[in-house]
Write a protein that binds this ligand. Structure first.
Ligand code: EPZ
Length: 416
């Protein structure tokens, strides 16, 4: 298994180009199931998770052909089963359920297991589809779903915000008969990007960017060309890399408008952010100040930035409190950061971080995608050498992470 070795202490300087968003690309690729026409997605990052989604779609009959930094999807659905072997590798595979049901009136999709950060049930996805007329059974770890007379529009109120359930039902509703209203829907920018692509395919959706989405179902959708929005989590991650090393970098293609809560927290911590054409500068000149954050659904502070911000706060002046409200077990980076000399105490959903003057390099282990990258950030700032094992977690969500950082002066290399 690959490892990454970092020799810390170099303030980053240079520019990093932000890739297309992983968490938009995954549902957008699923849209390939919604039409027999060609769907072309551009600004696609080269990520392991997107390769897994391509494998899944291929076994459904949808070919996914790379064309430079675009993907061209086409074909007809020949198989409505999503096998355990793929779904257990990547839970976003579960997003095919709504589309398969809407088009084929049947689907057999493996239940995704839990994962490192939580049990991650899919009850909201299933309840919403049942409200649309699906009959759902659990059989040998698979969801057996049928909609003999097709899906029909429904009024659905989510008891709490779920990105995946909003996406699954948004795609299903696009081909259901009649009107669907999704209340308390997730408002993440990736949802707006998905809705924009669906509209380009002929769907009729209003309320984009709000917590109420109204969808007028169509009989068919046609092909489209769609450019994927920049990855706001990758953007926030590299902003933290500049901050933790006391450097100054330009983030190309980065948008500030979908990172408001992160930018507020970074500014409070003493970071200077200067918007420019097609991106923004991020710089830290003085001390880092301890800053409290609580993760919340968009537009709140994103849970996917929690581990990265914690690494930053580990070397801030003073104490910080970080509260994780979305997932029940998303502090696996804490013991690893503490091995590097951080002083973090986690209790239930909160962690208190007492800033230290510096971290020290160590051998550490990646556990989940965002925990992995928080260890990279810590390694960039630590005195001495850090070696991170199990970096396959990192490759799921970050394209060419060591190249992008090395181009800004980081002493980072991959050891196969
Ligand atoms: C998406 O996961 C993202 N993944 C996650 O990013 C992100 O952390 C999460 O949204 C929250 O923003 C993708 O987009 C591929 P949820 P998702 O449904 O859709 C509970 C990363 O690092 N829940 O919004 O699975 C759930 O357990 C990944 O890029 C139910 O109880 O998240 C969680 O506690 C990690 N029942 C909370 O809701 C359901 O039916 C939010 O989950 C659905 C969710």
């Amino acid at each position: 298994m690959d490892r990454i070795r970092i020799t810390g202490g170099v303030p980053l300087a240079g520019s990093i180009t932000i890739s297309g968003a992983k968490n938009a690309a995954l549902p957008l690729m699923t849209c390939g199931l919604l039409t027999d026409d060609r769907l072309v997605l551009s600004n696609v990052a080269k990520l392991a998770d997107l390769q897994t989604m391509a494998e899944l779609l291929a076994q459904h009959g949808i070919a996914v052909e790379p064309e430079g930094r675009s993907l061209s999807l086409g074909g007809r659905i020949t198989n409505t089963e999503a096998p355990y072997e793929i779904v257990c590798k990547m839970r976003a595979s579960f997003l095919v359920l709504g589309s398969l049901l809407a088009r084929c009136r049947e689907a057999r999709v493996s239940l995704p297991g839990g994962c490192d950060i939580g049990t991650r049930p899919v009850d909201l996805h299933l309840k919403g589809l049942e409200a649309m007329g699906a009959v759902i059974k659990l059989d040998a770890g698979y969801i057996d779903a049928t909609a003999p007379t097709g899906l029909r529009g429904a009024n659905i109120v989510f008891p709490f915000v779920s990105v995946g359930a909003t996406e699954n039902l948004l795609m299903a509703a696009s081909l259901a008969e009649g009107t669907t209203v999704l209340k308390n829907a997730a408002r993440e920018p990736e949802i707006a990007d998905l809705a924009k692509c669906l509209i380009a395919m002929g769907a009729e959706i209003t309320g984009i960017g709000t917590d109420t989405l109204t969808i007028e179902g169509k009989k068919t959708l046609h092909g489209a060309d769609h450019a994927i929005l920049p990855d706001r989590i990758e953007t926030g991650t590299y902003a933290c890399a500049a901050a933790i090393t006391g450097g100054k970098i330009f983030l190309e293609n980065a948008r500030t408008d979908d990172l408001g809560a992160v930018i507020s927290a970074l500014t409070e911590a003493g970071i200077i952010i200067t918007p420019a054409r097609n991106g923004f500068w991020i710089e830290r000149t003085g001390k880092l100040r301890g800053t409290d954050v609580k993760t919340e659904p968009y537009p709140g502070f994103p849970t996917d930035m929690q581990a990265q911000f914690m690494a930053l706060m580990a070397v801030a002046e003073g104490a910080s409190m970080i509260t994780e409200t979305i997932f029940e077990n998303r502090f696996m980076h804490v013991p690893e950061l503490n091995r590097m000399g951080a002083r973090i105490n986690a209790h239930a959903s909160s962690a208190i971080i007492r800033g230290v003057h510096h971290l020290s390099g160590a051998q550490v282990m990646a556990t989940d995608l965002r925990a992995s990258v928080s260890l990279v950030l810590a390694g960039l700032a630590a005195k001495g050498q850090t070696t991170i094992s199990r970096v396959y977690h990192l490759d799921r969500g970050y394209e060419a992470v060591e190249e992008k950082l090395a181009a800004c002066g980081a002493k980072i290399e991959r050891l196969s």
